[in-house]
Write a protein that binds this ligand. Sequence first.
Ligand SMILES: NC(=O)c1ccc[n+]([C@@H]2O[C@H](COP(=O)([O-])OP(=O)(O)OC[C@H]3O[C@@H](n4cnc5c(N)ncnc54)[C@H](OP(=O)(O)O)[C@@H]3O)[C@@H](O)[C@H]2O)c1
Length: 245
Amino acid sequence: MNILITGATSGIGRQLVLDYSKSGHRVYACGRSPDKLEALKKDCGEAEEYVQLLQFDVTDREAVRTTLGSLEQVDLVILNAGVCEYVNELSDFESELFERVFAANYFGVVNCVDALLPKLGAGSRLAIVDSMARLMPFTRAEAYASSKAAVHYLGNSLKVDLAPHGIAVTTISPGFVETPMTDANDFEMPMKITVADASKAIQKGLAKGKAQIYFPRVFGWILRFIHKLPLRLQIAISRRMKNAQ
Ligand SMILES: NC(=O)c1ccc[n+]([C@@H]2O[C@H](COP(=O)([O-])OP(=O)(O)OC[C@H]3O[C@@H](n4cnc5c(N)ncnc54)[C@H](OP(=O)(O)O)[C@@H]3O)[C@@H](O)[C@H]2O)c1
């Protein structure tokens, strides 16, 4: 398969590049840092020949169009690049923070979909990484989780509109995964898993053609149960968690 992965220079995306290239797939590894991209290619070892590096910032619409516009058909796209910024204090509530988060997590995905739709033929699959954070109203997550809720909706809407063209869409909702992103968190992260396990869960779900992927599984069950509770209960649970921090 020809597989394109954004956010390939760190965490989940990096592990996916290592794993898919070792399995003999041709991987377009996308990142914004040339040094990190070169380091990734070296880390692929003998599978290096299967990896093609593409350097662009997902927030730069023209760069995304120019770089991705030159590709041949792609069988699987995993839009994984993302950032996390919390509204730590109410005094941090500034629209610039929301713009930064949405620029990467929402418009970054939109920019890639815009450029890649002509490259996706019947039988191909588009996967979009959101987050289980979208499932309940967490403290400090006003910007991050709303960007993930928005991109999840985008993915579901695309499921409707791309199906007649034979293009499948998968939304991927991770729980906590040990990466540089979560290394920056200052709170307890229940059921945190390794990037190796996250990559396995994603590869397995995509190979099965799943429309939605949640991992770790038990954390997914718990959060989806909470998501179905009346909002006042969700808020009460979230306030208790905030007070316990
Ligand atoms: N880790 C978790 O617990 C967790 C949970 C739920 C969802 N997720 C989601 O999973 C995805 C991967 O997260 P991760 O934990 O692997 O994070 P990570 O280690 O911080 O990796 C994020 C990747 O996205 C890239 N990126 C960020 N902004 C970009 C931009 N403007 N243009 C191009 N690339 C950009 C980063 O590039 P640089 O290396 O140049 O910074 C990096 O390669 C994210 O969408 C995240 O929200 C993660």
